[in-house]
Design a protein around this ligand. Structure first.
Ligand SMILES: [Zn+2]
Length: 407
């Protein structure tokens, strides 16, 4: 069992600069801050000030291995700094989504109901966990990470295909994947074809939801075996189940218990007035593995630097609820400039006596319902998502709705 006090989510290296440029063209990057994140002195302060025992660090953002050579080299050159301080290193590998321009050699991709690609973020598309080429490719990539002197491999964003949307109370938009591999596998296992949308009270919906969970969990199981066989810790982003994990992501948290060495929930619940992680308290007790939580305040690309009091609040809440804080230490943006946390600027984290942990009875399962006709929704949802990611003006408008829905 992993014996951790606290973690840090800390992205650095040339790959991170490349990814920020892809996601947020036009923004400026404080390279000294972003590229200096794994320097010994900074890490020493992270350990002293925030009790950091575990670091999630950049290995692969989902570019191809040729593009990522400088990224691997950068991390390799910094590993000794972590080792000297006894901080465990978890190499971050992007899960089932790929930078499209960098992966044209094969068709790795998920498909919508009408054959379109499914956007993940700007310039990136969802890859299919049932696609044999993608499976081979991701295992090759993880194999590269396993050769490094790291303690674990963390695979991010393990969810399957398009996310569903509830339309009214009875219908669900198309979700998951409609690629040729999924069509064949679903037909063989259930006898059904993949429909364009679903009535919630139907056999095909139940069969498809099960198929999606089984496909994703089978994929995670294979990764778990590969990483554990190499003697390394394995984790995935298990997503905050504030939103129904089965439904939205195809994730089964109970099955995850046997596959991962720790849970890591990423959310927008940094403890403050009217927001906290109390909704996870009973689940944390139920799960068999340690739970790390990365809490954002505003979300990636919109996050001003956290203050001492934010770190104190997270530390205090972790002690009260029973999770290990994983402190967000990168992707801060002030006036359009990206930078990482300077740990030297912090004091030693302390327990707050006056942290208001409200016992709001958060509904454990939350589904967003849209009052539109299902076929209409199918038509506008993927193109709108594509526009949201690709067009910076649309992104600014969309963010207001998106992040308030998440919180
Ligand atoms: Zn597929």
């Amino acid at each position: 069992m992993i014996n951790a006090k606290a973690g840090m989510y800390n992205w650095s290296g040339p790959g991170t600069v490349r990814m920020i440029n892809l996601k947020y063209p036009g923004d400026t990057i404080n390279s000294k801050s972003v590229l200096g994140a794994y320097e010994y002195e900074n890490l020493r302060h992270a350990k002293e000030k925030l009790n950091v025992t575990d670091a999630w660090v950049t290995y692969s953002w989902g570019f191809n291995p040729k593009t990522e050579q400088p990224d691997y080299k950068f991390l390799r050159s910094k590993l000794e700094n972590f080792h000297k301080l006894g901080i465990r290193v978890h190499a971050y590998v992007q899960g089932p989504n790929l930078v499209l321009d960098d992966h044209q050699d094969r068709d790795y991709y998920c498909r919508t109901y009408n054959g379109g690609l499914i956007p993940y973020h700007r310039g990136r598309k969802m890859a299919c966990v049932n696609n044999p080429y993608f499976n081979k490719y991701i295992r090759f990539k993880i194999g590269l990470a396993l050769k490094e002197e790291v303690d674990g491999v963390f695979v991010d964003n393990c969810y399957f295909g398009q996310m569903p949307l509830m339309v009214g109370n009875k219908n669900v938009s198309f979700f998951g994947c409609n690629c040729k591999y999924c069509q064949k596998k679903f037909k063989n296992t259930s006898g059904f074809n993949i429909p364009k949308y679903f009535k919630i009270d139907s056999d095909v919906y139940r069969a498809y939801k099960k198929f999606r969970i089984e496909s994703l969990m089978g994929f995670v199981k294979d990764l778990s075996k590969q990483i554990k066989d190499a003697g390394k810790y394995f984790g995935v982003n298990t997503f905050d189940p504030k939103f129904d994990s089965n439904f939205y992501y195809g994730v089964d948290l109970q099955q995850m218990n046997d596959l991962v060495d720790y849970f890591l929930f990423e959310n927008h619940a940094l403890p403050r007035k009217n927001n906290n992680n109390v909704h996870l308290e009973s689940l944390i007790k139920e799960l068999k593995k340690p739970v790390f939580i990365v809490s954002y305040k505003q979300g990636i690309g919109q996050e001003d630097i956290f203050r001492q009091n934010d770190f104190n609040a997270i530390h205090t809440e972790g002690l009260k609820i029973g999770y290990k804080p994983c402190y967000k230490s990168s992707e801060f943006t002030t006036k359009g400039e990206w930078f990482n946390l300077d740990f030297a600027s912090l004091d030693v984290v302390k327990e707050l006596s006056d942290l208001l942990i409200e016992t709001i009875d958060h509904p454990p399962i939350k589904q967003l319902k849209f009052p539109l006709l299902t076929p209409f929704y199918n038509k506008i949802y993927p193109p709108l998502l594509e526009k949201y990611f690709e067009n910076m003006t649309m992104r600014k408008i969309g963010n207001k709705f998106f992040y308030s829905a998440l919180r």
